[in-house]
Design a protein around this ligand. Structure first.
Ligand code: PDD
Length: 287
């Protein structure tokens, strides 16, 4: 259990950590967040995550609450205080506290910054048994490229998946194509051994794990095509998998109750996860 959280300049007991009731994140989901994976005391892809935070903030015209260097220090200090070895660092920036009005506050407010950590089990190169996914309509807004805390559509899709016995929801757009998972990016390996994942635009979050995996796939000389695919194509694929900061590369063995390939994790997902773990292990030790 994490003992400390960071809230606007202070390391406080996690149990008592709180923000003001008129924080615009709380009332209007007017904020952004990042989740950075931690493995053996090493942050995975910290730089790209902070770059994406910068982009999300710019898109919403929210300023940095503290400098990037100061944030890097706070991340490390919180990890140290919470003795975090494996898990994640969560950071959230909202526009700040102001009397409720949809429009931006007219007088300057300081953005709110909150950080927490969460310990998880040590993820290794073994993919485990794989997961089931459930397809759900993608009912989100048209700026899914911004990592905002407005996640209600994702929450409802994930919950529907869990209630059906699946781990993740795969979101399907109005044209019948899979955009991404509720909190992960979606991939398949076709019968021609091509890796396919949807291109990035405002329809999905440009995953940091996705980007790293693209480089790994390239180094392994795997053929990668960025294009949309349907649930029917995914069901016919050799393999399917998801990627995210917290799931690394996790095989999808069932889609809407139907087995993908042999119904067990495949060699491509296994190889990519192995390489991803190797990449994560090479990071800088910070805790
Ligand atoms: N989710 N797509 C969505 C909608 C996500 O929320 C996430 C991340 C991803 C994968 O991005 P990355 O590889 O940068 O983690 C894709 C985080 C982990 C979360 O909300 O907990």
């Amino acid at each position: 259990m994490a003992r400390y959280a960071y809230v606007n300049g202070r390391y406080v007991d996690h149990h008592d950590a709180s923000v003001h009731i008129e924080d615009r994140g709380y009332q209007l989901a007017d904020g952004v967040y990042e989740v950075v994976g931690v493995r053996d005391g090493k942050l995975i892809d910290e730089g790209p995550h902070l770059d994406r935070l910068d982009r999300s903030l710019k898109e919403l015209r929210i300023g940095w609450p503290i400098s990037r260097d100061a944030l890097r220090f706070v991340i490390r200090e919180l990890m140290r205080r919470n003795r975090l070895h494996d898990g994640l660092v969560y950071m959230q920036v909202t526009r700040g506290v102001a009397r409720r009005d949809h429009a931006f506050p007219t007088t300057p407010v300081k953005p709110s910054l909150v950080l927490t950590t969460k310990g998880t089990k040590h993820l290794d190169a073994d993919t485990g048994p794989g997961i089931a996914v459930k397809s759900m309509p993608d009912i989100r807004w048209e700026r899914c490229d911004i990592k905002t805390v407005g996640l209600l559509a994702n929450v409802l899709a994930k919950q529907a998946a869990r209630e059906s016995g699946a781990y993740e929801a795969w979101l399907v757009d109005a044209d019948g194509y899979v955009t991404e998972g509720a909190s992960t990016n979606a991939w398949i390996v076709t019968q021609n051994d091509e890796l396919v994942t949807r291109h990035t635009d405002n329809g999905i979050l440009a995953g940091i794990t996705r980007a790293t995996l693209k480089s790994i796939a390239d180094a392994l000389q795997l053929k990668l095509i960025e294009r949309p695919f349907t649930i029917a194509e995914a069901k016919r694929a050799k393999e399917a998998f998801i990627t995210s900061a917290t799931s690394f590369v996790t095989p999808v063995v069932k889609i809407d109750g139907e087995a993908v390939g042999a119904g067990t994790p495949g060699p491509v997902a296994h190889r990519l996860r192995e390489e991803y773990v190797r990449f994560a292990d090479a990071g800088e030790l910070v805790a």
